[in-house]
Design a protein around this ligand. Structure first.
Ligand SMILES: Cc1cc2nc3c(=O)[nH]c(=O)nc-3n(C[C@H](O)[C@H](O)[C@H](O)COP(=O)(O)OP(=O)(O)OC[C@H]3O[C@@H](n4cnc5c(N)ncnc54)[C@H](O)[C@@H]3O)c2cc1C
Length: 454
């Protein structure tokens, strides 16, 4: 394909895979090194809601939205908010009359907020399938990254030969090993520890299924959260979250047997469904994790030229605003759009042709796509151009992410603060109303289909 060195991406999560896809569709050589031995090595977690201006846009720009839409569940947006006594503060599963628009009458709020759900595993598999088979190097866990010079990086792996590259992207998540090349800060423990459980379809009784609803049930009280969420195929993922000190899970380890009973005890005195939900889960697949987050004000500068980071590696945030994946996909798109013109510069004649003379230049025309059938020649980017472009990318990324990092933190404080169910229900109701009134949060199926058109 070329004589330039490939862009090296560490991590086959959503951001690494989407960037690889964007570069491949622009015929820029790329390789992804992933620590997992293969694609199905571990479950990828629960369901994600994709947002219009970030996750959905990134899928559209990589021509994956149409296929992704076949896996999306609009009904999965429905939320039900309950407190420990069983009082239901909000239930979007119930159709609501809208006063704002005749179009939305009799449509459940969950169907029009415009944030369709997709299983994490489906999203990852879709991205993997879209790449050339040799692009992802599975079973390549990196152990260190060293800058040999400001524009050359050495990467060492577990039991694999060392490589060097001038173009390095850290998409390796919250505990990134690439990040220390750029700055020394680490994400902080958020104060929230979690358990992850799963109910198989065969164990999901009709009564439980009805109680949980079509999307997510969120039971909040006493600095604790019980959050079952429906995934595709009637699988139900459960997150149990506790506001506890960093060492709490270590000091209170899950027992070897009767794990579910032990977890039920954490929710003593809660509504009877709390026990039923936990006891319906699989004893042998209970996982635990801590939630980390960066300070929303995080920024950095560096003299390194050809390295950057994105996604959780750049701006890990708590999951309580459902933004992490959306930001990660938006980062990947932005970085792709930053890199392509450096590797495939437009000839001067095309550049000037893209800017019609006044007054035509005021018209909203799209610039010529870099992924033309006959792309411009591939070049090694000039070092100073690359440096400037990557620092610009990082600034834009962090400016966008900062808003969501703040929002995620505020939501987390609300989930584990006073009267959380009431506050969450009020917030969701407000957003539902605002969305209906302004229309900018309203994304019925036909609008999503509209995104497919070029
Ligand atoms: C419990 C929980 C629930 C969440 N729910 C949501 C949600 O509802 N909505 C949402 O938008 N976001 C959610 N998130 C956040 C979301 O999962 C992340 O923001 C998103 O996955 C970040 O994507 P990424 O590509 O940056 O990194 P990751 O998804 O973390 O991918 C990093 C990849 O790098 C690989 N890797 C790591 N270290 C190495 C190494 N040393 N060598 C080689 N490979 C390595 C990993 O194996 C992984 O494949 C949730 C997160 C958690 C923890």
């Amino acid at each position: 394909m070329s004589s330039t060195q490939p862009v090296v991406i560490i991590g086959a999560g959503p951001s690494g895979l989407l960037l690889a896809k964007y570069l491949e569709q622009n015929q820029i050589p790329v390789v992804v090194y992933e620590g997992d031995p293969h694609a199905n090595h571990r479950p990828q977690g629960g369901t994600l809601d994709l947002h219009e201006d970030t996750g959905l846009l990134a899928l559209k720009e990589t021509h994956l939205l149409e296929e992704a839409s076949t896996m999306m569940r609009i009904e999965g947006e429905a939320m039900k908010v309950v407190d420990k006594s069983g009082k239901v503060w909000l239930d979007e599963n119930v159709p609501e009359e809208s006063e704002a628009s005749a179009d939305t009458k009799n449509v459940p709020v969950g169907e029009i907020r415009g944030r369709p759900e997709i299983d994490r595993t489906d999203l990852r598999n879709l991205l993997i399938k879209s790449l050339s088979p040799s692009t992802i190097k599975w079973d390549h866990r990196i152990t260190s990254v060293t800058a040999l010079s400001p524009s050359s990086y050495q990467i060492t792996f577990v039991d694999k030969p060392t490589i060097t590259t001038p173009y390095l992207v850290g998409a390796d998540g919250t505990f990134s090993l690439v990040r220390p090349l750029l700055h020394d800060l680490k994400p902080d423990y958020s104060g929230i520890s979690m358990y992850e459980l799963e109910i198989l379809p065969s164990n999901l009784t009709p009564a439980l299924e009805q109680y949980i609803g079509k999307g997510a049930l969120i039971v909040l009280d006493d600095g604790k959260a019980l959050m079952p969420q429906m995934n595709s195929g009637r699988k139900c993922k459960i997150y149990l979250a506790l506001k506890v000190p960093f060492d709490w899970q270590k000091e209170n380890p899950l027992p070897d047997t009767n794990k579910r009973e032990w977890l039920v005890n954490l929710f003593n005195g809660w509504l009877p469904q709390a026990k039923e939900i936990i006891m319906a889960s699989q004893e042998d697949s209970i996982g635990q994790r801590k939630i980390y987050q960066f300070d929303p004000e995080l920024t950095w500068d560096t003299d390194k030229t050809g390295v950057t980071i994105m996604g959780d590696a750049a701006h890990a945030m708590s999951p309580f605003a459902g933004e992490g994946v959306n930001q990660a996909l938006a980062d990947a798109l932005l970085l792709g759009q930053t890199l392509v013109p450096l590797f495939r510069p437009q000839p001067q004649s095309l550049k000037s042709a893209s800017l019609p003379p006044f007054p035509l230049s005021l018209l909203p025309i799209s610039p010529p796509s870099p992924s033309l059938e006959r792309p411009t020649p591939l070049v090694e980017p000039h070092t100073s151009d690359l440096h400037k472009a990557l620092r610009g990318f990082e600034k834009k990324m962090m400016l966008r992410a900062k808003v969501e990092m703040k929002g995620s933190k505020e939501n987390m404080d609300m989930f584990f603060g006073d009267e959380p169910a009431r506050h969450l229900a009020e917030m969701l109701t407000f957003h539902g109303r605002v969305g209906m009134v302004l229309g900018w949060l309203s994304w019925p199926v036909d609008k999503i289909k509209g995104l497919f058109s070029p």
